[in-house]
Design a protein around this ligand. Structure first.
Ligand code: NAG
Ligand code: NAG
Ligand code: ZN
Ligand code: ZN
Length: 444
């Protein structure tokens, strides 16, 4: 008797919940229509041309990390025109816009704004006008996509249940702009964040990602190896730092080949080697530098520890001394970019509704790094690639090439994807999912 009573109560409350769900949420067919409607709107000539124009303006005037003053000004002017309120400055040039009720849940979508110190090699009408600087990673397109998403969202304001946070961040390329944005506290309320990156590797019309670790943790090191210079014909009067540095580089490679589990991907690369000016003089010192990568915090810390040990001790073998710097204030360590499992499922559903599920692909993790990782440490995050390769449009070189091009057809896709993933997240949001993450937000 008591049991049946209880059961009735449970059944009754389940019905109640179900009824409430029906009242407050759109039906599945309505939900699956959202991405298609958003894409159609973003592809309309008026919206498309506006976004392409923004992208070209930014492309012509590339700015390096934490110097994105004109880009930031352009972003704010467009947000003003759209009637979107924002906070500025956040981390020097960053802008954070808000659309919706101002109440939870808060879902963020992010664009990075910085260019690279690179001379553009592409001859076209909107080539970079700044010598030695170029948007060669598609961040110009990302800004246009996020402004496009903002326009879509303003147009479809009635669908927003909660608050959309538009994150225009500085200095993704090594400067750790995301870390600085988080430190200001302006993103403290965020429940989830989505980041999109255009990809020259994957075909136009496809999106690519994976759950769990997608990009590596990364750090940089620089070492000075000091010996005693002298006449090249009298090596026994010197402590040769060139030989010491050479042995150090060989030993560093053995960290991966002999000390690392072959199934735990890691990288140590020495990319800089500077020492000596003459054929007949052994120099006093040599400077080497490079990067190291890993897919877990434990492996990353162990690798860092051994890099210091190998460099200093191997230098001693050749009677030299070495100092190792990680220059974390200029080049902060990036954590692993860790995609949340629930957000991955959500992404698959929404992107599948827009592009067809056969165009939503899984990928292997990459050894590249993204400062989006800092957001993933602070709250559930999800990062994905939007394919743009179309050989009819041109030859697609990988990011950071002076011949890098953007297929501008990708811009409405990126805008509509970000807008619909975020809108649907708010509509389908259930506060239950506090996903477990392998990282706490500490020194890494
Ligand atoms: C290395 O450091 C030791 C201890 O400080 C010092 O005695 C020695 O002279 C140094 N050697 C070189 C080559 O700088
Ligand atoms: C590739 O680009 C050409 C020229 O712009 C276009 O006609 C074609 O439809 C594009 N292909 C895809 C798959 O979008
Ligand atoms: Zn890049
Ligand atoms: Zn990039």
């Amino acid at each position: 008797m008591a049991l049946r009573c209880c059961l009735n109560l449970i059944l009754f409350s389940m019905c109640l919940c179900y009824a409430q769900f029906l009242c407050s949420s759109p039906i599945p067919e309505e939900l699956s229509q959202i991405p298609l409607n958003f894409l159609q709107y973003a592809k309309s000539p008026e919206v498309f041309d506006w976004m392409v124009d923004i992208r070209r303006k930014i492309h012509e005037n590339p700015e390096l990390g934490f110097e994105e003053f004109e880009t930031s000004k352009l972003v704010r002017a467009e947000l003003d025109r759209l009637g979107i309120s924002y906070e500025y400055p956040v981390a020097i040039t960053g802008v954070v816009g808000f659309i919706g009720t101002g109440n939870p849940p808060f879902v963020a979508i992010r664009a990075d704004m910085d260019a690279l110190a690179l001379q553009e090699g592409v001859a076209w009408e909107h080539k970079s006008k700044v010598p030695g600087k170029m948007h060669a990673c598609g961040h110009d397109a990302h800004v246009a996509m996020l402004l496009g998403a903002a326009k879509i969202l303003v147009e479809h304001r009635h669908l927003i249940q909660g608050t959309l946070v538009l994150v225009f961040q500085p200095a993704e390329e090594g400067g750790g702009g995301a870390k600085k944005m988080l430190e200001t506290g302006v993103l403290n309320n965020v429940d989830a964040i989505f980041g999109a990156h255009v990809s020259a590797k994957y075909p136009f019309g496809m999106v690519i990602s994976r759950p769990g670790p997608i990009l590596a943790a990364s750090g940089f090191f620089e070492a000075v190896i000091s010996g005693k210079g002298g006449h090249a014909a009298l090596p026994h009067h010197t402590f040769d730092p060139i030989l010491a540095a050479s042995n150090i580089i060989i030993s560093l490679q053995q960290l991966i080949s002999r000390e690392t589990d072959p199934l735990d991907s890691q990288v140590v690369t020495v990319a800089k080697f500077q020492g000596g000016d003459a054929f007949n003089v052994i120099p006093d010192s040599v400077t080497i530098g490079g990067t190291f990568r890993a897919f877990s915090k434990e492996s990353f810390i162990q690798l860092k520890h051994r890099i210091v040990e190998v460099i200093t001790k191997q230098a001693n073998v050749q009677r030299c001394n070495a100092t190792v710097e990680f220059n974390e204030d200029q080049k902060p360590f990036f954590p692993v970019t860790l995609n949340d499992q629930d957000l991955y499922e959500h992404f698959r559903a929404v992107a599948g509704d827009m592009l067809g599920s056969k165009n939503v692909l899984d990928m292997q993790p990459l050894m590249g790094a993204e400062d989006f990782a800092f957001y993933c440490e602070a709250f559930p995050g999800f990062f994905y690639f939007v394919g743009m390769k179309n050989e009819t449009v041109g030859k697609f070189e990988p990011g950071h090439s002076p011949y890098y091009i953007v297929n501008e057809d990708v811009i409405p896709y990126g805008a509509a994807l970000q807008a619909s993933i975020a809108t649907r997240y708010l509509l389908e949001y259930s506060p239950k999912s506090t996903s477990t993450k392998g990282y706490s937000r500490d020194e890494l």
